[in-house]
Design a protein around this ligand. Structure first.
Ligand code: PMP
Length: 914
């Protein structure tokens, strides 16, 4: 190295298929570059072209392996003995790593990044020409069919060989007619997971660079994208639709023509076929070892995935993704492939009822969608009512076809119409008709196209529906309204303020809940690990019945004298220890906290309040003033009014004092808080209240240090102040072992705020205190809340308490919660990212850290994990000021199967990546 390049470095071999590569390190340890000794098969002109292309890529803003030193001529691998010489140069080293590793999951964000790199490169290389590009390469997709037929003999498995050959031929038949219209240019030719490098930023990889220009050639421009997206299919969890973010990102930079979009998937199939036969050829040369077998396995998987959805479907999907068409087609309309010519006369079915099987359908209420045979029963019922026929809707996502606890979306979107008829009906010839018991499935697919299943998965619906027409008009039914892109989010944004956030960047549209499940309009059903408000589970029939019954009779305000408000107040007070016997009913947690603070100010005559850091208590003026969480409000600490004083968050995992148990530092939190309260009092401002969650919910469900509330409550009371426990989030049985969070601390507060779970989603809140404290409120005027404690609110409150009791939900929270916590603790043994598992019952927190020593919060990873969990059918969100804790607070009806589904999905995400 010293002789050729004047460098004093250490060279360490790096694996490479065609060249010899070495990582060069300087004596001080820093990386000096990569020594690349080109395969002697490369001419000097080819190498010059590769290096010039790398310069182009770098000039376009990509990180690229450009030349630092050289080239110089050196003896090739065989040495001077065989006399052959090779070109050596030192290339820039790009830190950050590549996307390689088939067992790793590539997120839609990363896949889009891959498409962006391919698009940037395509634009950068478009004007580039060089004599060194004039060569014939095995990897050039223009020669793909020839490569496959030539090398197919190396494929030892006969079945696979036949499949690869016929797939390549079929794909070629799609490409060939359009080949003349495909734009050409210089392409890198190998923009794959192995060659795209990433910058690693705050725990997430973003593709931003490219190495290895060894396959540089002049070919179809769209081939650059085809090669890139084929490499996605190798990765864990990938399927054909996983490539769409890359297609969109590429298309945004370098728009695809309709012809390019039409050949894209066939080119993916050809690339996959080339990879299989080339891998087998290499195995024949190198002999089969473990490494080769593993690589072959991945190529085969990639090929099978490319073939798992018909090319026509993928083409329809790609066209729809690019805004170039797609979606259902009118009968008899072009272009290629055409639908069957329709000279069919519509039939008259007579009086026909349309069966709504969508997520919104009333027929699905109360979990009816889970009953087997529901569709047939509903149809029979309608026929019995005198209809001549019953028809389902074309293109509808059916809830009846959905499954709970499913890691992938269900085949739920109808590609035809199902019919039940009272008598014999002569259907128009030309329709595809399949009989299934009493029902007839009718569809109108493309002539000569692939067989279209009656139901398809929503991700592929745009592709499948582009191959069929709506048979409705031939049956005398109105044409289905094309679904189009759902613009609900845009409308929401137009009528909401930006400050009103929503979960997920691209959220599913949820229109139904049932128990601990949520159903989206595309038929996907998610496990709900977030809805703590819906403590009984979604759409509980007893709550619905209580509300409906009461609305039919009376709903008014609590100045009237009626039984339910009294019964509910008695029940609520009865759940609390003495002397907490007096109830104020309001509509939310914020109102409850606001009222609790007013009570404290009035009852004590003091002006100040002490709250803990990293807490959330509500949005009203007073409850916001004591909300110190910077996750909810980044200015929370700098904008405190003067009457609010904060003490440290008693976080025993990552706070100032750590450890759990009596002999740990964390007991010092109470000493600090006691001192702060004492100092306030000494300065002439004794606090009216000390307010905190009695179990630290906002930090992800952490118990307060032992004895914390006993000490702090005693001190605040010593100075005439009140102890306020905010049970809005952790109370009402969620903690399993305790109904109220303060029980865990062995204390009794002076004022308790309750909300969320009280109404199972109906707006209900309460403040419960002692008669003596409540009596002082009289001095400050009067209290009235129009809907607080209304007859409907009161019966809801009673129904919720009845169900919690009758269904044993607190005990269920304890049982399922401890099972789930044990599963999560087991995951923590295997996955370094889990720093701790907090919580009790069904209020659990999984805290993610980048380093178990420094506890650096894994904030971005947590957000990405939540996105990946959604893909796997789980709704979960982050919490804490660092947003690095999965907050697990599902409806309390969660069962062991649901808990296991969650833990398995999390295990998978932590294993495969996010
Ligand atoms: N207190 C706590 C502890 C809470 O978690 C919340 C809500 N997240 C509130 C009060 C405010 O309740 P609401 O949203 O019903 O106003």
């Amino acid at each position: 190295m010293a002789e050729s390049f004047g460098l004093t470095v250490r060279a360490q071999p790096l694996g490479s298929q065609q060249d010899s590569n070495f990582l060069l390190t300087e004596p001080a340890g820093s990386v000096a570059g990569v020594l690349k000794i080109a395969n002697p098969a490369f001419t000097a002109a080819e190498i010059e072209a590769q290096d010039a292309a790398a310069e182009r890529a770098a000039a376009a803003g990509l990180r690229a392996g450009t030349v630092l030193h050289g080239p110089v001529t050196v003896p090739a691998g065989g040495g001077p003995v065989d006399g052959s010489m090779a070109l050596a140069r030192v290339l820039r080293y790009l830190p950050g790593g590549t996307l390689a590793g088939a067992e790793r999951y590539l997120s839609p964000r990363v896949v889009a990044g891959l498409g962006t790199v391919a698009g940037q490169l395509s634009l950068a290389l478009r004007p580039f020409t060089h004599p060194g590009l004039d060569r014939v390469l095995q990897w050039d997709l223009r020669h793909a069919l020839r490569v496959v037929t030539t090398l197919a003999g190396h494929v030892r498995d006969e079945g696979l060989r036949a499949r690869v050959t016929s797939a390549a031929e079929a794909a070629w038949n799609r490409v060939e007619p359009l080949a003349g219209r495909l734009p050409w240019q210089t392409v890198h030719g190998d923009v794959t997971d192995d060659n795209v490098v990433c910058r690693l930023e705050r725990g997430l990889r973003t593709p931003d660079g490219i190495i290895d220009f060894g396959d540089l050639t002049s070919s179809w421009a769209v081939g650059e994208l085809a090669v890139a997206i084929t490499s996605v299919l190798r990765h864990a969890g990938a399927e054909p639709c996983s490539v769409l973010p890359a297609v969109r990102a590429f298309g945004e930079l370098r728009p695809l023509s309709a012809e390019e979009a039409a050949v894209l998937w066939p080119l993916v199939v050809l690339r996959a076929a080339v990879l299989v036969v080339s891998g087998e050829q290499q195995a024949a040369i190198d002999g089969v070892n473990d490494y080769v077998t593993g690589a072959l396995e991945h190529e085969r998987r990639l090929f099978e995935r490319a073939m798992s959805v018909p090319a026509e479907v993928m083409t329809g999907l790609i066209l729809a993704e690019l805004g170039l068409g797609g979606g259902p087609r009118p009968p008899g309309s072009g272009p290629v492939p055409d639908l069957r010519p329709v000279d069919l006369a519509p039939v008259d079915l007579g009086r026909c009822a349309v069966l709504d099987l969508s997520v919104q359908s009333g027929a699905a209420d109360e979990g009816a969608w889970l009953e087997p045979g529901l569709e047939d029963r509903l149809a029979a019922g309608l026929l019995a009512q005198g209809y001549d026929a019953v028809a389902t809707r074309f293109g509808e996502a059916r809830l009846t076809a959905s499954a709970m606890l499913a890691g992938v979306s269900p085949a739920a979107v109808a590609t035809g119409i199902d019919l039940w008829t009272a008598g014999q009906v002569e259907l128009p010839a030309g329709l595809t008709v399949r009989r299934d018991g009493d029902r007839v499935h009718v569809s109108l697919p493309t002539e000569g196209g692939p067989e279209v299943p009656p139901l398809v998965r929503p991700e592929y619906a745009a592709g499948w529906l582009s191959l069929v027409a709506d048979p409705g008009p031939l049956l005398g039914l109105p044409a289905a309204v094309p679904a189009g892109r759902d613009d609900l989010l845009r409308r929401r944004e137009a009528s909401f303020a930006a400050v009103q956030e929503h979960y997920y960047r691209d959220p599913p549209r949820i229109e139904r809940g049932w128990r601990h499940h949520l159903a989206a309009t595309d038929g996907r059903v998610y496990l709900d690990m977030v809805n703590n408000v819906t403590v009984l589970g979604h759409a509980h029939p007893r709550v619905e019945a209580a509300v409906a019954r009461q609305l039919r009779r009376l709903n008014t305000n609590s100045r009237f004298n009626y039984a339910s408000v009294v019964e509910f107040s008695e029940r609520l007070a009865g759940l609390l220890p003495d002397p907490l016997d007096t109830v104020f009913l309001v509509n939310s947690g914020s109102e409850a906290v606001d009222l609790a603070l007013r009570l404290a100010l009035v009852a004590t005559g003091h002006q100040d309040v002490v709250a803990v850091r990293e807490a959330y208590h509500g949005w009203t003026y007073a409850s916001d003033a004591v909300s110190t969480s910077t996750a909810d409000n980044p200015n929370a600490l700098s904008t405190r009014p003067l009457w609010v004083h904060v003490v440290d968050a008693p976080n025993s995992y990552r706070g100032r004092y750590r450890g759990t148990g009596a002999d740990t530092e964390s007991v010092r939190y109470s000493g600090d808080a006691v001192r702060a309260i004492g100092e306030l009092a000494a300065s002439g401002r004794p606090p009216a209240a000390f307010l905190a969650e009695p179990y630290y919910g906002n930090a992800g469900g952490m118990p307060l240090p032992d004895g914390y509330l006993a000490a702090v409550y005693a001190e605040v009371r010593r100075h005439g102040g009140l102890a306020v426990a905010d049970e809005v989030q952790v109370g009402y049985g969620r903690l399993g072992r305790w109904f109220w969070g303060f029980e865990q601390q062995g204390v009794v507060p002076d004022v308790v705020t309750v909300a969320k779970a009280m109404g199972n989603g109906y707006p209900l809140g309460a403040v419960v205190t002692s008669r003596a404290i409540a009596a002082r409120y009289r001095d400050a005027g009067y209290f009235f809340s129009s809907t607080g404690g209304s007859p409907v609110s009161s019966v809801v409150g009673l129904a919720v308490l009845d169900v919690i009791r009758d269904e044993g939900l607190q005990a269920n929270a304890a049982r399922v919660g401890s099972h789930l916590k044990a599963r999560l603790e087991e995951l923590a043994v295997r996955h370094q990212l889990i720093g701790a598992v907090h919580g009790s019952g069904l209020y659990l927190g999984v805290e993610f850290v980048r380093d178990r020593g420094t506890l650096e919060p894994a904030t971005e990873e947590t957000a990405a994990i939540c996105d990946r969990m959604l893909e796997l059918g789980v709704i979960i969100q982050p919490t804490s000021d660092r947003m690095c804790v999965l907050k697990i607070k599902p409806p309390l009806c969660l069962d062991v199967a649901g808990a296991d589904f969650f833990a398995d999905a999390l295990d998978r995400v932590l294993t495969e990546g996010w």
